[in-house]
Design a protein around this ligand. Structure first.
Ligand SMILES: Cc1ncc(C[n+]2csc(CCOP(=O)(O)OP(=O)(O)O)c2C)c(N)n1
Ligand code: SF4
Length: 311
């Protein structure tokens, strides 16, 4: 990619590095994120894929990718990436691989892997300054196996293992982990949040990341129609709402210094986002759970106040 910033969606590279016709659900926000990421990364990459929904994209002998792809267990994609990176470096050093033919190493993982099972192996990879890209598509649950609660599931949500009931009407009582801050405390060269509803922001972040050697980390908040409970046609609208309500701040960090890359002029109420999904419907009916709704809004306001972007 050239170094000029992309200014509009019309300037996105026309090349597709992922072919249509995958086994992913219609309207999968993760698939859309991946499509944009692959436009940015090009085809000279090897994907190290932690078990999850995207395991199903490549089923021998079919693959939607133009690039190489390696499957690992949920906890160890960053360790797999280390092995691939080492092998490439050794081949280059021995003169058996032309540096021109070097591949970018890319981890692809869901939130169950990134926030929970692979947290320590990711921490180790960042600590060792492994030269790789990490893309976490965050649908806020263990999607592939029935949408069970993960460390990324938000307070008040219904998941496969936090069904709202008489004893716990709110659904999940836990707060989503702050993976951005956890990763950022390692001061990686480049870290960003992205969204499939903001492809220009996403592409420019990948362009910027390219200049850094070491870990380049991305977390994308991705709508999941079957897990969240909405019509697949509304996927991009929901991704946009999570940003417009302030729930998913678009930001980047360079060596630990954080900057927001987009701040909504006027924040929409969080309820607009919550009401559009079945997984939060119990907060509105049979009666409104005012305390829960208020605390979700307050959590968002507090974030932006802390970042001095709200009065
Ligand atoms: C140690 C371990 N436990 C359970 C599983 C079964 N499993 C396969 S995919 C998956 C869900 C992965 O969730 P996530 O990482 O969020 O990705 P998503 O399915 O949402 O794409 C699980 C639990 C596994 N592969 N390994
Ligand atoms: S379950 Fe959700 S994340 Fe998984 S493929 Fe379907 S839409 Fe995508």
């Amino acid at each position: 990619m050239d170094s000029e910033n992309i200014r509009s969606i019309k300037e996105l590279p026309p090349e597709e590095n992922m072919q249509p016709g995958t086994a992913a659900c219609a309207g999968c926000g993760g698939l859309l994120t991946l499509r944009y990421c692959l436009k940015a990364l090009g085809e000279n990459i090897v994907i190290v894929n932690a078990a999850g929904c995207f395991t199903l994209l490549t089923i021998y002998p079919f693959s939607p990718f133009r690039n190489s792809w390696l499957y690992t267990a949920m906890a160890c994609a960053p360790a797999g990436a280390q092995g691939v990176r080492d092998a490439l470096d050794i081949l280059i050093k021995k003169g058996k691989l032309d540096p021109e033919e070097n591949l970018k190493v890319v981890v692809l993982a869901g939130d169950g892997s990134a926030y929970d099972m692979a947290l320590s192996s990711t921490s180790g990879a960042i600590y060792r300054n492994l030269d790789f890209y990490y893309i976490c598509y965050d649908n806020e649950a263990y999607g592939n196996t029935g949408f069970q609660h993960s460390g990324a599931s938000p307070f008040g949500s219904r998941t496969g293992t936090t069904p709202p009931g008489e004893k716990v009407p709110v659904g999940s009582q836990l707060q989503k982990k702050n993976l951005f801050d956890i990763w950022n405390s390692h001061k990686p060269p480049y870290l960003a949040t992205v969204s499939p509803a903001y492809p220009v922001d996403l592409m420019n972040k990948f362009k910027k990341a390219e200049q850094f050697k070491g870990p380049k980390l991305f977390i994308s908040h991705i709508p999941c129609p079957p897990g969240w409970g909405f019509d697949p046609s509304q996927s991009v609208k929901l991704a946009k709402l999570s940003v417009e309500t302030g729930l998913w701040p678009l930001k980047e960090s360079i060596h630990g210094e954080v900057e927001h890359t987009f701040v909504p002029k006027k924040f929409k109420p969080v309820e607009e986002y919550l009401q559009a999904q079945e997984r939060f419907s119990h907060l509105f009916k049979p009666e409104r759970q005012e305390d829960a709704l208020k605390s979700i809004q307050e959590m968002v306001d507090e974030y932006w106040r802390k970042n001095t972007l709200l009065p």
